[in-house]
Design a protein around this ligand. Structure first.
Ligand SMILES: Cc1cc2nc3c(=O)[nH]c(=O)nc-3n(C[C@H](O)[C@H](O)[C@H](O)COP(=O)(O)O)c2cc1C
Ligand code: SF4
Length: 422
């Protein structure tokens, strides 16, 4: 369940290395971090705003603005720690919860205090060992009186869209883990119709550290416009794949070096996961992992997924598998997503098999335009981002495929695509 977690350049805050992969118990956590900080709601809000904490679940939204929006809602409020981690190439949330559950649980209590919530949930990837760690941690806290708001654990089905915030709310309300139409947004009407904060489990862990140690300590590392550290899941052709805590702004090359360095000559890197995009390796090496630096390339750090693709593996074939997977992971509710994503994956698959390069390219453009901004959630747009980057970065390879050739030597799969489910 846990993968080796290593800090980079001494900047570790979440300290996943502290227990060498074992779970940090409540007494150990208290020895490291002390009691739950006594900060008032206004102080927590101000410190989080000063820290410039952005969400670590994918969209990098400023956390203080979400806290303020929920706090402004009427009636009792709800907070949710989102640990669904439906992205197959990500392992950082499971690793954080399995090693250091009390940091996230502290963050959940502090977020509850900040917004005035009376109910709290941890929504977590279905994994028996992880559930046992969490239930144990929650029981430890109940016995010690550390929690003011009681916490309930809810399981997330292992689907790509299960962690989308309205899907999270729907599941906690007893419905399917599928995105629902917006508005209302969950901060207006979420769990049982109450204003609800849905925050990624890593975001809440940072929030706990900010409340305990202050904004300045948080800002002392990382990119000035997206400060602090971040957990990255590094996989593919590196010597030591795993979860690495690094300052935002660390270059892709330095991150891969912290993962033992490339194990093969690299062709490309996938940044930001299956809703992220490819970048050719030479261009990626010196690129800082922070949204202001990635945006000009049409990319974002997302939830911190970095996959190194060896030059002898076909990026087109890898992308076909991911697009098939993404199409099958549609929640089946919006026409453009239900019908458009399979057509998109099919058309890219035809191009990969060397069929109709010119017509296929035009059809992809038409389909992309018909899909753009048309979903009830950003699943179609995220899938389009991935497709467009694949078409651009592997353009030469696609031309070879049009001649029924392929430059790849190895057929081994690199990206983890779970079996497509019905
Ligand atoms: C298709 C889809 C899947 C998502 N899956 C997750 C997930 O597994 N975990 C997560 O924290 N956020 C996920 N999100 C983002 C959530 O909707 C939400 O923005 C996030 O939990 C907010 O936390 P943050 O502000 O701390 O980043 C997903 C979004 C989309 C569109
Ligand atoms: S866009 Fe797709 S995944 Fe999102 S709500 Fe609609 S059908 Fe579901």
């Amino acid at each position: 369940m846990t993968s080796p977690a290593v800090p980079l350049t001494g900047s570790a805050r979440l300290r996943l290395d502290a227990a060498a992969g074992a779970t940090v118990s409540l007494p150990e956590h208290e020895a490291l971090h002390g009691p739950l900080p006594m900060a008032s709601p206004a102080e927590i809000m101000a410190e989080v705003a000063e820290a410039g904490l952005t969400g670590r679940g994918g969209a990098a939204f400023p956390v203080h603005r979400k806290l303020a929006a929920v706090a402004a809602g009427a009636g009792p409020r709800v907070v949710v720690a989102n640990g669904a981690e439906g992205e197959p190439a990500s392992n950082k949330d499971k690793t954080l919860l399995a090693i250091n559950p009390h940091l996230t649980l502290d963050g959940l209590q502090l977020a509850a205090r900040a917004v005035g919530a009376t109910a709290a949930y941890v929504y977590v990837h279905t994994d028996l060992r992880l559930l046992s760690v969490l239930n144990h941690a929650i029981a430890e806290r109940r016995r010690s009186g550390r929690d003011v708001v009681s916490v309930e654990v809810v399981c997330a089905p292992p689907r790509f869209v299960s962690g989308e915030e309205s899907a999270v709310v729907s599941r906690i309300n007893g419905g399917p883990a599928k995105p629902r139409p917006k508005p209302p947004r969950v901060f207006e009407s979420g769990v049982r119709g109450r204003p609800t904060l849905v925050s990624n489990v890593e975001t809440l862990a940072h929030l706990a550290l900010i409340a305990g140690r202050g904004a300045a300590a948080f800002r002392s590392v990382g990119h000035s416009d997206q400060p602090g550290t971040m957990l990255f899941t590094v996989s593919g052709a590196v010597h030591r794949p795993g979860v690495i805590e690094a300052a935002t702004g660390t270059t892709v090359g330095a991150l891969l070096d912290a993962a033992g360095g490339p194990s093969h000559h690299l062709g490309a890197v996938l940044l930001g996961g299956f809703h992220g995009g490819w970048l050719a390796w030479p261009a990626a090496r010196e690129l800082p992992l922070a949204n202001p630096e990635l945006r000009p390339h049409g990319l974002a750090v997302g939830a911190g997924v970095v996959v190194a693709l060896p030059a002898d593996v076909c990026g087109v074939a890898e992308s076909v598998r991911v697009l098939d997977y993404l199409a099958a992971e549609s929640a089946g509710q919006c026409g453009p997503c239900v019908f458009g994503l399979p057509r998109l994956a099919e058309t890219f698959g035809e191009l990969a098999r060397g069929k109709s390069e010119r017509h296929g390219g035009r059809r992809l453009d038409e389909l992309s335009l018909a899909l753009e901004r048309r979903g009830g959630c950003s699943h179609p747009d995220g899938s389009l981002r991935f497709l467009r980057s694949a078409a651009a970065v592997f353009a030469d390879e696609l031309r070879l495929h049009a001649q029924k050739r392929c430059s790849a030597v190895s057929g081994r799969p690199i990206l983890p695509t779970p079996a497509v489910r019905g």
